[in-house]
Design a protein around this ligand. Structure first.
Ligand SMILES: Nc1nc2c(c(=O)[nH]1)N[C@H]1C(S)=C(S)[C@@H](COP(=O)(O)OP(=O)(O)OC[C@H]3O[C@@H](n4cnc5c(=O)[nH]c(N)nc54)[C@H](O)[C@@H]3O)O[C@H]1N2
Ligand SMILES: Nc1nc2c(c(=O)[nH]1)N[C@H]1C(S)=C(S)[C@@H](COP(=O)(O)OP(=O)(O)OC[C@H]3O[C@@H](n4cnc5c(=O)[nH]c(N)nc54)[C@H](O)[C@@H]3O)O[C@H]1N2
Ligand code: SF4
Ligand SMILES: [Mo]
Length: 722
């Protein structure tokens, strides 16, 4: 008998509700859940990857050991023993920091991995922790920490009620929306202009999102901080700042007023590529709009001024009275308080330790992944000798990946939690494949905290898991126990864990989730008869529960000592000097070479999912896009093979010519180039394209947050034949 299950797609941040029909424990159909409390039936083509990855014969179902004749399947017990024995040996010999840890992007989409991670990091005790945030959101996390006292206090644009959205460096029409979980993206974006509002897009590429924008402006990669300083200059000069409102909630605003004096629009126009009169107009329109919001994403993070740009976005929202206000930039009120977990796992300060070789600061408990290779291949005390790689493929996703590839092959021991043998896990001695998303329960700890409308949803597994399978939580729990015990930092949970372990009762993610929901802001607080949230309540609502539109809540969320926004941290003020230097260096058009930017596409997802036949079909998506002016200046033609060189390496790709990119800018997607693993990723391995991170630069960073500047990389392009 077929049965229908309701769950949430966990492949991107959009949290689309799914209705999945299952017969004989096999998915027979998968579609959008029109009754979902948040996404109302919308899905994208990637949703089908859930089914395809589940059925994929290349996906691992058992632990694997690397031998001289390839990978062989082993039992879970053997695998756990071998991992623990090796890690304990290296830790005893070289100390706890000799074990490195990389936590990849799918961690934040996986309830089980995330809840297991909190305890596992404590059990390992290493400071050599790295994560995907240093290629992604650290400028945003650091800004939130400095301004509001907590990394996870992240404002999102209230897209449903705004009348003016200034969007910098984001492409939600392809990405599904990021640090802005919005579901049904296109409908919501279209809504802005349909109700008479404006969407202004700032991007060096006329992206898929430009279709929904009222206007699009090219910007020279890295130019956002300068642009924002000029917009603020206009607001200050034309007395459009809501000072009374600003002073009530923030300290340090006057320092910004004096800082922006040096950035009149005319001084940034040439370098950013945006005319002064356009900057003045945007500033005036933003200030005059009944409800306006500035929002920036990857384009404002993976760049050399990431933290300054993210800070100035918040300043702009606050100065115009739009921070923590309906239709502006708002803080979600999630049912599970991620901040309380974040405080334990990530801490509440910054640069508590630095990397050994380059002295780069930790952010939210993690060092920049750009430093991972050098921490492995540079000999000396504190060198990483073993690596635990959790749900990540850093060989494909970290800059200067050839160096990392070599470094991984030199490790004494490596274990990957992954269900594919890919560019990274092929170096592992042991691979531990957790249960697939369809075989595990789901609650979006992270993305319910970044929603443009508050909801909560829990889903049971869709497919009955094989009895000999383990969730990523089970795996991390088991390893934590063998490495010295599980401690989450929450006394109640730790006591329960210890007691449970003694009497043979295992604490599950569901226990933790229930506890956090019941003690959270909508929780029943364990009081009988109270109508609050609990896991049971969520189980009774398989389409999720709507908790209403965003509401002002900054006073509740802010964690600074004086409960005021610290608007002008010295660190950020000082970093503006670099923006001035950048303006000087970029003000003359003749001095500029080509700058490389990335390109996300609807049918690809980071380094994986290229093994799904339905996603890779159609035209090649791996080409380098160049503006026609640059192509003719370089005497290059569309379709020819070109060599792209940077400071760190060279790749060969196909050229596409299109005026969708700004002159002087070229664009390549990441996650391509699977030729090395064509035997274990048989569909992906047949694709053309090269790994762009062979030419991105591990020394090109936003120095404050250590975030890789994967956009704006200087490159040269020439015919591959020459
Ligand atoms: N040039 C360039 N590089 C980039 C970017 C860019 O824009 N340009 N973007 C960066 C960004 S924003 C990010 S977040 C990183 C992402 O880069 P990574 O952190 O490396 O993450 P993914 O590429 O998504 O790799 C995910 C891995 O997890 C495995 N996996 C997926 N789901 C599960 C699961 O549920 N359980 C287990 N056990 N394994 C799972 C997959 O098989 C895959 O190997 O890439 C960054 N790299
Ligand atoms: N289909 C799909 N969806 C995804 C992913 C995926 O790989 N595929 N990845 C997921 C992940 S890990 C993330 S982090 C999110 C990212 O979500 P988004 O940030 O919405 O997605 P991107 O396409 O990376 O958008 C970044 C935009 O910034 C532009 N840009 C580059 N440099 C600059 C600059 O200096 N200034 C400005 N203003 N713009 C610039 C790029 O041209 C690009 O259009 O997407 C998630 N969703
Ligand atoms: S938009 Fe994201 S969450 Fe929705 S179906 Fe596509 S991949 Fe899944
Ligand atoms: Mo990301």
């Amino acid at each position: 008998m077929p049965s229908t299950h309701h769950t949430t797609c966990n492949l991107c941040e959009a949290m689309c509700g799914l209705s999945v029909t299952v017969e004989d424990n096999k998915v027979t159909s998968l579609r959008g859940d029109s009754e979902d409390a948040f996404s109302a039936g919308h899905i994208c083509p990637k949703a089908f990857a859930l089914r395809e990855t589940f059925d994929d014969p290349d996906r691992l179902r058992q632990p694997m050991r690397r031998t001289t004749s390839g990978f062989v399947a082993i039992s879970w017990e053997e695998a756990f023993d071998e991992v623990a024995r090796n890690l304990l040996h290296i830790r005893r010999r070289d100390g706890k920091h000799a074990i490195g840890l990389y936590a990849g992007n799918p961690m934040v989409h996986n309830l089980h991995a995330l809840l297991g991670y909190a305890g596992f990091t404590r059990a390992l005790g290493t400071r050599n922790r790295f994560d995907a945030n240093s290629q992604d959101a650290n400028p945003r996390l650091l800004t939130s920490l400095l301004l509001y006292g907590e990394n996870t206090t992240i404002p999102v644009p209230d897209v449903d009620r705004t009348s003016y959205l200034l969007m910098l460096g984001a492409n939600p029409a392809a990405s599904g929306g990021s640090l802005m979980t919005m579901g049904d993206v296109k409908h919501r974006l279209r809504g802005i202009t349909e109700r008479g509002g404006k969407l202004v897009l700032i991007d060096p590429r006329r992206s898929e999102t430009s279709e929904y924008a009222s206007e699009h402006h090219f910007i020279r990669p890295g130019g956002d901080a300068a642009l924002l300083l000029a917009i603020l200059h206009v607001l200050c000069q034309e007395q459009k700042v809501r000072w009374a409102n600003v002073r009530e909630v923030a300290i340090g605003a006057e320092r910004i007023e004096s800082l922006v004096k040096d950035f009149p629009p005319a001084a940034v126009a040439d370098a950013t590529g945006i005319p002064a009169e356009t900057i003045v107009r945007i500033a005036r329109e933003f200030a005059a709009a009944p409800r306006a919001v500035a929002y920036g994403r990857i384009g404002t993070c993976q760049q050399e001024f990431g933290t300054v740009a993210n800070w100035l976005i918040d300043v702009l929202n606050l100065f115009t009275g739009n921070l923590d206000r309906e239709g502006g930039s708002m803080f979600p009120s999630p049912a599970f308080d991620l901040g309380s977990v974040g405080r334990k796992v990530a801490g509440t300060s910054y640069a508590r330790w630095r990397s050994r070789v380059r002295s780069l600061p930790e952010v939210a408990g993690n060092l920049p992944a750009s430093a991972l290779a050098e921490e492995i291949d540079t000999a000396g005390p504190g060198q990483i000798r073993a690596l635990v790689c959790l749900l990540g493929n850093p060989v494909m996703s970290v800059p200067n990946s050839a160096r990392l590839d070599r470094a991984l092959s030199s490790l004494e021991f490596m274990v990957s939690l992954d269900y594919y043998i890919n560019e990274t896990s092929r170096h592992a001695h042991i691979i531990l494949p957790g249960r697939h998303a369809l075989e595990r329960s789901h609650y979006d700890l992270v993305f319910h905290s970044l929603q443009v409308r508050n909801t909560a949803k829990y889903s049971l597994p869709v497919i009955q898991p094989h009895p000999d399978s383990r969730t990523d939580f089970d795996i991390l729990y088991e390893l934590s126990m063998r490495l010295g015990g599980l401690r989450t930092g929450f006394p109640v949970v730790d006591r329960a864990l210890a007691l449970g372990h003694r009497i043979g009762l295992r604490i599950t993610p569901e226990h933790i989730l229930d506890l956090m929901l019941r003690t959270g802001r909508y929780g029943d607080r364990f009081l009988p008869g109270r109508h609050g949230l609990s896991l049971r309540k969520l189980k009774e609502a398989p389409h999720g529960i709507d908790l209403g539109p965003l509401r002002p809540c900054l006073s509740e969320r802010i964690q600074t000592k004086d409960r005021k926004i610290q608007l002008a941290p010295q660190l950020l003020i000082d970093d503006v000097a670099r923006v001035k230097t950048w303006l000087q260096q970029n003000s003359r058009a003749s001095d500029r070479g080509l700058l490389l930017i990335g390109r996300r596409q609807l049918r690809t997802n980071n380094s994986w999912m290229h093994n799904c036949p339905s996603l890779i079909k159609g035209p090649d998506r791996s080409a380098l896009i160049m503006h026609s002016q640059d192509a003719s200046a370089l005497n290059l033609q569309a379709g020819q093979t070109v060599q792209v060189d940077s400071r760190v390496g060279s790749i060969t790709v196909t050229l596409a010519v299109s005026d969708e990119v700004m002159p002087g800018v070229v664009s390549l997607p990441h996650g391509f180039g699977h030729q090395h693993v064509k035997d274990t990723l048989r569909v992906a391995g047949s694709l053309q394209g090269a790994n762009v991170n062979l030419i991105t630069d591990d020394h090109f960073l936003d120095p404050l947050s250590g975030t890789a500047s994967l956009n704006g990389v200087p490159v040269r392009v020439r015919s591959a034949a020459s």
